[in-house]
Write a protein that binds this ligand. Structure first.
Ligand SMILES: [Zn+2]
Length: 218
């Protein structure tokens, strides 16, 4: 692994651009992002370089545009005018940000949070104000979109879907999927809804929504 690091500035914010020049990427252009989507780097502690290589192996390119560490250092792994590969249906309208080694049991450091706010501000100068959502928040939105269409949103405990972790989340998802199978007789939507419920993941770490990150500042 021969990584190169470059210092770059994004609207006054110091960022370390990380590149492994031995890879060749085929990027799709990202014209004008409208949102920022937050992730974690996964359950296993990895170095930033390991995360980069893992993403390239799995997806053919770095997953997100930025990775923020515990100490608040911001790494950039994709140019901001190309698409990341981090979220279903929204790669062509979003900037992806991974929070390094954040787990449900490990709270976010204030340095990480501060850099996240600074990055959001710097990107908003570039693109206009960006909506910020966590990966999990978006996946739960997708479930809600379908349950609204089916008129069954009042039957779903969205707070549980957003906040439960580990086996409790998996158990709730399975109960919900069974309920959908038993009660919804709309062949077109039933499988789609079950699939979307199945996709809900705890990402990033113990922070279900962007507003929960904002609140944890206090
Ligand atoms: Zn994610």
């Amino acid at each position: 692994m021969v990584f190169k690091e470059f210092s770059v500035y994004l609207n006054g914010l110091h960022i370390v651009y990380l590149l492994n020049p031995s890879h060749r990427f085929e990027f799709r252009m990202l014209k004008r992002p409208r949102m920022m989507v937050l992730h974690d780097t996964g359950p296993i502690p990895l170095t930033i370089e390991d995360y980069y290589e893992k993403s390239v192996n799995e997806l053919g390119q770095p997953k997100t545009h930025f990775v923020i560490t515990d100490t608040g250092r911001i790494y950039q792994t994709l140019p901001i005018n190309v698409c990341g590969n981090h979220v279903r249906k929204r790669n062509d309208i979003s900037i992806g940000v991974s929070l390094h080694n954040l787990t449900p049991s490990k709270p976010m450091s204030s340095a990480m949070r501060y850099s996240l706010y600074k990055l959001r501000d710097a990107l908003s100068v570039e693109f206009g104000s960006l909506k910020v959502k966590t990966h999990r928040e978006l996946l739960v939105d997708d479930v809600k979109e379908l349950t609204d269409r089916l008129g069954i949103s009042s039957e779903i405990d969205f707070t549980s879907l957003l906040t439960l972790v580990g086996s409790e989340l998996e158990n709730y998802k399975h109960r919900l999927m069974d309920w959908v199978r038993d009660n919804i007789d709309e062949p077109l939507y039933t499988e789609m809804l079950i699939e979307r419920i199945g996709e809900v993941v705890e990402c990033p770490g113990g922070y279900p929504t962007y507003s929960s990150i904002m609140r944890s500042r206090l």
